[in-house]
Design a protein around this ligand. Structure first.
Ligand SMILES: Nc1nc2c(c(=O)[nH]1)N[C@H]1C(S)=C(S)[C@@H](COP(=O)(O)O)O[C@H]1N2
Ligand SMILES: [Mo]
Length: 261
């Protein structure tokens, strides 16, 4: 049922008897057994663990635990500041500042491979917007900081036949896409910081995409590749029924307040 799916929080009570008929980035259709196993974990104690001073420790625990937990039991654990931990793979390799690379290629004149230090040396943009997941949760006023995607595209030299950008991730599974016009927006970042800290492993560090005006599934974690293409290649969730143009409030049948003009 949910083998390769995201690690999610416990389903709402009315969800436990629903069947999952397609993969999707939410908690619907959990096996009933999940609920029973969860009961034995003792959620009261986890609430204490989640107290703000311990939040950073909890996040690293979460990341480590979920790396070792293909059953997805860690989806019961609360995550930092209203965010929920998502990964479509049961484990994700860690990249140190020394071995991280971001490649830019495809329909460009000057392919490139950036180290973390290279990215840090470029002009940084900080944006503070709400984050909205397509499953309903929203986190207000979250700072993201990094290099404008448009700057990396300009540096690479986009060829005339180019129409879109594809993003790949070092989890080996996730992908995303934007049209060239969307990719060039000033509120789309290759983010190095989130919540005014370096992006931790659980949130897709050291580098994730941040597409401020779109549902959070566009913000690919563990970003490793940017490929300029001649057409939009639907991303991981988009191949599973979610909208390719994922504007907050104007897609996926939802009417959330927009997150970025
Ligand atoms: N590589 C990768 N990126 C991803 C995902 C994922 O599973 N893998 N999930 C997406 C979804 S649906 C959401 S809501 C956000 C969650 O980010 P967070 O784990 O930092 O809260 O990441 C997005 N980017
Ligand atoms: Mo999401």
């Amino acid at each position: 049922m949910n083998s390769a799916d995201e690690v999610n929080p416990a389903p709402p009570p009315d969800d436990q008897d629903r069947d999952q008929d397609r993969d999707e980035p939410d908690a619907r259709g959990r096996p009933v057994g999940r609920r029973v196993v969860l009961g034995t974990l003792g959620l009261g104690a986890l609430g204490v663990l989640a107290a703000p001073p311990l939040q950073r420790g909890l996040e690293s625990f979460l990341a480590a635990a979920s790396d070792k937990d293909p059953t997805g039991l860690t989806d019961l654990l609360p995550n930092g500041g209203g965010f929920r931990y998502y990964s479509v793979t049961s484990s994700v390799p860690r990249k140190s500042p020394a071995d991280y690379r971001l490649t830019v290629g495809g329909l460009v004149d000057r392919p490139a491979a950036y180290t973390l230090a290279d990215l840090r040396a470029l002009p940084q943009t900080r944006l503070v917007r709400d984050v909205q997941c397509v499953t309903g949760w929203r986190v207000p006023d979250t700072p993201f900081e990094g290099v404008r995607l448009s700057a990396l595209l300009d540096a690479a030299g986009i060829r005339p036949e180019a129409k879109a950008v594809r993003f790949t991730c070092f989890d080996g599974a996730y992908s995303e896409s934007l049209t060239l016009g969307q990719a060039r927006r000033a509120d789309v970042l290759v983010a190095l910081r989130m919540q005014d800290e370096e992006i931790g492993h659980a949130h897709g560090g050291p580098v994730r995409l941040y597409v401020a005006p779109m549902y959070f599934y566009k913000s690919a974690k563990w970003l490793s590749g940017i490929t300029v293409t001649d057409k939009v290649v639907p991303g991981y969730w988009e191949g599973r029924g979610y909208d390719i143009d994922a504007w907050v409030g104007r897609s996926n049948g939802r009417d959330d307040e927009p997150t970025s003009g």
